[in-house]
Design a protein around this ligand. Structure first.
Ligand code: ZN
Length: 133
């Protein structure tokens, strides 16, 4: 894996969280994007080589809403940049990790993504991402 691409943080309200993170990071949000497949609204910030992704549920029954209900706002996933997502998926599957999608899917910010179940990663949901070229 090449680097931490971004850290995903579950928030109740982007409207409230964006100005707070702009103040915290001293950088403007450079992109907001709706990801239909995940039922989330996202907002991105650049921090050096990595990014912060804020996630707000589009749907009160969506995965982010359920996550916040259970665990509160906070760290939702860490995302790693990979060169060949299918090769990494096969490598992890062979090593016994549980992938949450069998084929790469289109995620936010022009990426192919795959999620790895947190039960084998010490409680942290993992996202693999590869830039769509
Ligand atoms: Zn993410």
């Amino acid at each position: 894996m090449n680097k931490i691409e971004h850290i995903g943080i579950a928030v109740k309200s982007l409207e409230e969280a964006i100005p707070r993170y702009e103040q915290l990071l001293k950088t403007p949000c450079y992109k907001t994007e709706q990801v239909e497949s995940e039922q989330v609204n996202t907002a991105f910030f650049k921090v050096g080589e990595s990014k912060i992704e804020l996630l707000e549920s589009m749907d009160p029954a969506g995965v982010i809403a359920k996550f916040i209900e259970k665990r509160g706002e906070g760290l939702h996933h860490t995302a790693y940049d990979v060169t060949n997502i299918e090769a990494e998926m096969n490598r992890l599957k062979e090593a016994g990790f549980v992938l949450l999608n069998e084929t790469p899917k289109k995620g936010a910010d022009n990426k192919w993504v795959c999620f790895v179940h947190p039960k084998h990663t010490n409680g942290v949901l993992i996202e693999l991402c590869q830039e769509i070229r």
